[in-house]
Design a protein around this ligand. Structure first.
Ligand SMILES: *[C@@H]1O[C@H](CO)[C@@H](O)[C@H](O)[C@H]1NC(C)=O
Ligand SMILES: *[C@@H]1O[C@H](CO)[C@@H](O)[C@H](O)[C@H]1NC(C)=O
Ligand SMILES: *[C@@H]1O[C@H](CO)[C@@H](O)[C@H](O)[C@H]1NC(C)=O
Ligand SMILES: *[C@@H]1O[C@H](CO)[C@@H](O)[C@H](O)[C@H]1NC(C)=O
Length: 489
């Protein structure tokens, strides 16, 4: 009788707790007296009815408490704690203590061994801890600089989840970590797959397989054995694999999960697609230009800027064609070379003094170049037919970019004439918009409202509701199919 009766009464008694929060929960003599006084005035008033119900509910709860305390079930005891104890008593359980008004997305994170995540950053755990403390920003393990950094999405998301349990850290509360997978909307897999690829994919010494591959094999084995995975065949699991070559061995076996990717270039559509997966921005490598210091039209002498590798596989042959078309234009900078080391600074300067920045498909449809040009407020010219853009359900890229089909771009004179034909006013509109949207392309710790981390959690929420939609649609005829089967046998 206890459980089924307690649950429907939950909201009601919750309201009581709020109104009498500062007082005792047990009905005071004053309350009883008040009830008696009220009844003298108007016997069958609705107020009396209310107080009578209140009183009997409270008495019921009190008696249930003594009954349930003898019962060892953790379900009932947690329910009792929720119903009876004042909030201060659950302070240690920080996921509960978070304000209920936020925490749109409840995230359960596996406590994977540190070699899957911060151990790859040479963080050494002390004692029994699984995670580094994020209380003090200056002691959080740092991510290596250089080109590794462009795929560090996994790191920023994990830090943000850890911060959600650390009240000292101020952050948006789009997502919060919960301790129980049962109450979670999504299960986060904290494997730093891009870092693992960048640092551990070479076979070294006497190894026969790389550490990156071993970690992936262990991850698959771990996940497939978990009840959380089996529940929905992993569909509510979130796995970050931002480097195009990360998770190479595990991606097919884990393809039912929701991935966070840079693009779909190296994935079959059965394993990764826009319906279930989230496209996240690269972490830009050039320095962000302050809005108040961004060069206007007349202070950007270069019409179009491109710096990158020229000989690329796959879709990248277009770079060579465009180079041949554009190399003789005086106000176009089209050069080859990596942005490693010193080059990053020069690329930043180059983009910040150019009106347009070319984003041409390479061996993958996407690159960090797009995000470098956005934070330089250099209007992106996107020549990459297969590209998928982050947050496109929220952002209209045509407001601050120019799109050109590859087949058009390689026609003689077309690109140059198109760019020269864009008036100062038209350019200025896009530039103003760029200054507004640049904040969506910043990863930081602690996260701030509307930055990349915050936006990724929103995208995950959107995908989850469409996931539910599809599950519900599939369920429509489930009963009648079973019924038909039973008819035919
Ligand atoms: C954070 O860590 C740094 C470096 O260890 C230290 O100097 C600083 O006092 C710490 N800040 C707080 C608030 O504990
Ligand atoms: C591989 O080399 C390491 C030292 O580099 C050694 O400790 C280890 O025992 C070796 N393993 C095998 C299987 O030979
Ligand atoms: C622009 O704003 C930043 C802070 O947002 C400030 O540090 C900088 O001095 C400003 N620059 C100019 C030229 O006003
Ligand atoms: C870095 O750039 C500066 C000028 O911008 C140049 O003088 C210097 O030689 C460069 N260093 C390297 C290592 O390329």
């Amino acid at each position: 009788m206890s459980k089924s009766h307690l649950i429907p009464g939950f909201n009601f008694s919750d309201r009581i707790r709020e109104t009498h929060a500062s007082k005792s929960l047990f009905p005071s003599a004053a309350l009883v007296h008040q009830v008696r006084k009220m009844s003298e005035k108007s016997m069958l008033s609705s107020k009396l009815l209310f107080y009578t119900i209140t009183l009997s509910t409270l008495l019921f709860i009190v008696s249930s408490l003594f009954f349930l305390q003898r019962n060892d079930s953790s379900f009932t005891s947690s329910l009792v704690r929720k119903l009876i104890l004042p909030r201060t008593d659950i302070k240690n359980d920080q996921t509960d203590a978070k304000p209920v008004s936020c925490g749109v997305l409840k995230v359960f994170m596996y406590d994977l061994p540190s070699e899957f995540h911060f151990g790859l950053l040479n963080w050494r755990k002390k004692g029994s801890e699984t995670w580094p403390s994020v209380r003090n920003v200056s002691t959080v393990p740092s991510y290596p600089g250089g080109l590794n950094r462009q795929h560090s999405v996994e790191y920023w998301l994990t830090l943000d989840l850890l911060a959600s349990e650390t009240p000292e850290v101020k952050r948006p509360c789009n997502a919060i970590r919960v301790k129980s997978s049962k109450e979670a909307d999504v299960v986060f897999v904290p494997f730093f797959s891009s870092l693992s690829y960048n640092r551990k994919s070479k076979i070294s010494g006497n190894e026969t397989v790389s550490v990156d591959r071993l970690l992936q094999e262990r991850l698959v084995e771990f996940l497939k054995s978990r009840d959380e995975w089996k529940r929905f065949d992993g569909r509510d699991h979130l796995i970050v694999a931002h480097h195009p070559n990360s998770l190479l061995y595990a991606r097919n076996s884990l393809g039912s999960a929701m991935f966070v990717l840079s693009d779909f270039g190296r994935y079959p559509s059965s394993v990764a697609n826009l319906e279930k997966d989230v496209i996240a921005p690269y972490v830009h490598v050039v320095k962000t230009v302050n809005s108040n210091e961004s060069a206007p039209f007349e202070k950007r002498p270069v019409l179009a800027y491109f710096q990158g590798a020229i000989y690329r596989k796959d879709g990248g042959t277009i770079r060579q064609e465009l180079y041949n078309l554009l190399k003789d234009e005086k106000d176009i900078h089209f050069a080859f070379g990596t942005v490693r080391g010193n080059g990053t600074k020069q690329t930043g300067k180059g983009m910040a003094s150019s009106k347009f920045c070319l984003n041409i498909a390479g061996d993958t449809p996407s690159s960090n170049r797009l995000f470098d040009s956005i934070v330089s407020h250099c209007v992106p010219v996107i020549i990459s037919d297969q590209i998928e853009l982050p947050f496109e359900d929220t952002l209209d890229y045509s407001g601050f970019s120019v799109f050109v089909h590859s087949s058009e771009a390689v026609k003689k004179g077309l690109l140059v004439n198109l760019l020269r034909g864009i008036t100062e006013d038209q350019w200025k509109k896009k530039w103003e918009r760029l200054k507004e949207v640049a904040r969506y392309f910043e990863y930081r710790f602690p996260s701030q409202p509307g930055d990349s981390v915050d936006m990724i959690w929103s995208m995950v929420s959107h995908k989850l509701s469409s996931l539910q939609f599809h599950v519900h649609r599939k369920n429509r005829y489930r009963r009648s199919e079973a019924f038909e089967r039973s008819l035919s046998t």
